[in-house]
Design a protein around this ligand. Structure first.
Ligand code: GLN
Length: 481
């Protein structure tokens, strides 16, 4: 069995028809990880005992002739910002280098209940703050398509693991683009569901009004299958929505004829790499050929999205990260007084970017500045939401580039935080507004680097989003082969 040909969609049948076993599949994936991950660095921790135990459970079901759950035998990787009982969870930070959570994140529980097999925890930017994975407290991740380039961030390890065939699917988190941007850089599919669609219980918080959990896969169908088993109200997360979960597979292959695709002029202006523009425009053409109506639209407040995001995200991060004080979680550096212990712990435990964000956020929330920064940013956020409400009155989905350029070189932007922040220019708005977004591969640069196309949908309208993404994926297949 060639594991490179397996998908989330095909493995269950392969196991059911006894063409392979879950245990043999796990063996093959660990062999691949052992052979290839030294050069990529996607994983921080492997959990073999847990994986084999789960595989034996799946194989026993096959042996008994039980009905197999939907993700039976699917080997997955999980970003290290999601807690796993008994398996260390670091959030990519030295401050949690030895932290073992006492419980599993709800998404992990649900995926394992559906038969998925957790191979390990993936590398990421520290506390999910970054766009290149270079802010990991452990080691960078290399893009599987070109090892001198970044995989994107902050879920770089999860995207690279799927792109390199070291997992069939994975989980990431997206606060400003951290699923879609690395998906685009690594040439895989990455889905950020609607805010509240998927439980965040067990997700280490970065910016609570922006954080989302979502899947990566090789195909649109694979992420739809993952979402099906993850989505839905969770009493343990009060922000999870009490909205019925539709059947994401039912209409996946349905026609897209007559759907209106909005193309916002603000996303195709200055700073967009010409090769990215050409590839995304070709993707839009394919949708037009499939019968979609292409509608030029405007999202007039787009230019304010990055500054708004960096006020809201840093403010919320400064509050969320206050808990890492050397008392309750993770590492502690001793000091003569309590306050010295706090300072030394946080100084030694947090990396530069995390410290920068805590300082920016604390400033934005401080007395006298709150109205000028945080409150104002929340007002602009409402304007951004209005832009989308108006646009979605006339269109069903919106198509844009996922990123302004293909993957950049390791080190290229590491010393220039503002240049790094601009890597998220097309993704942050969806987080601020809470709508779902997906990135699918739509072409390659002359250097062979993947290019991603982003599709944005209405709140809770993942079915239409996935249907359009699936149609585009199939129309583009010949070009990407
Ligand atoms: N790159 C963005 C940031 O650094 C987004 C991160 C994310 O979505 N977690 O904040």
């Amino acid at each position: 069995m060639d594991i490179n040909l397996l998908t989330v969609d095909s493995i269950r049948t392969a196991v059911l028809e006894r063409r392979t076993t879950a245990s043999a599949t796990v063996d093959a994936f660990y062999q691949k990880i052992e052979a290839e991950d030294a050069a990529i660095g996607a994983y921080l921790t492997l959990c073999k005992e847990r994986a084999y135990q789960q595989a034996r459970w799946v194989d026993a079901m096959v042996g008994r002739g039980d009905t197999l759950p939907p993700l039976a035998g699917v080997p997955i990787a999980v970003k290290d910002v999601l807690t796993t009982k008994g398996v260390r969870t670091t959030a990519g930070s030295k401050i949690l280098a030895n932290f073992i959570a006492p419980y599993d994140a709800t998404v992990v529980t649900r995926l394992e209940a559906a038969g998925a097999i957790l191979l390990g925890k993936t590398n990421c930017d520290e506390f999910a703050m970054g766009s290149s994975n270079e802010n990991s407290g452990f080691h960078p991740v290399h893009n599987p398509h070109d090892h001198s380039r970044v995989p994107g961030g902050s879920s770089g390890g999860s995207a690279a693991a799927v792109a390199a065939g070291m997992a069939l699917a994975s989980l990431g988190s997206d606060t400003g683009g951290s699923i879609r941007q690395p998906a685009a850089f690594c040439g895989v599919v990455g889905l950020m569901p609607t805010y509240g669609r998927v439980s965040r219980y067990g997700l280490i918080a970065f910016a609570s009004s922006l954080d989302h959990v979502g899947p990566f896969g090789k195909t649109v169908k694979d992420v739809a299958l993952m979402l099906q088993s993850m989505a839905g109200r969770d009493p343990l997360d009060s922000t999870s929505a009490d909205v019925a979960v539709p059947d994401y597979l039912a209409q996946l292959e349905g026609p897209v004829k007559g759907l209106r695709v909005g193309v916002p002029q603000e996303y195709f202006g200055e700073g967009l790499d010409p090769e990215v523009r050409a590839a995304v425009e070709a993707g839009i053409q394919e949708l037009a050929k499939a019968g979609c109506e292409v509608v030029p639209i405007s999202l007039p407040h787009t230019g304010y999205a990055i500054p708004t995001y960096y006020v809201v995200a840093t403010a919320e991060a400064s509050a969320n990260l206050a808990r890492y004080d050397g008392v309750r979680y993770g590492m502690r550096a001793e000091g003569k007084t309590l306050s010295e212990m706090y300072c030394r712990t946080r100084d030694a435990g947090f990396g530069t970017e995390v410290k920068r964000r805590i300082m920016l956020g604390t400033y934005a929330l401080s007395a006298g500045y709150y109205d000028a920064y945080y409150l104002k940013a929340q007002r602009v956020r409402s304007l951004l939401a209005r832009d989308f409400d108006q646009a979605f009155a006339a269109v069903d989905v919106i198509v844009t580039p996922t990123t302004p350029t293909p993957a950049f070189k390791l080190g290229e932007k590491a010393d220039d935080p503002l240049a790094m922040y601009l890597a998220d220019i097309f993704t942050v708005t969806a987080d601020l507004v809470g709508i779902p977004g997906i990135s699918i591969p739509c072409g390659k640069s002359q250097e062979g680097l993947p290019i991603g196309m982003q599709i944005l949908g209405k709140h809770f309208d993942e079915p239409t989003l996935l249907r359009v993404a699936h149609a585009a994926e199939h129309a583009l297949a010949a070009k990407l082969a």
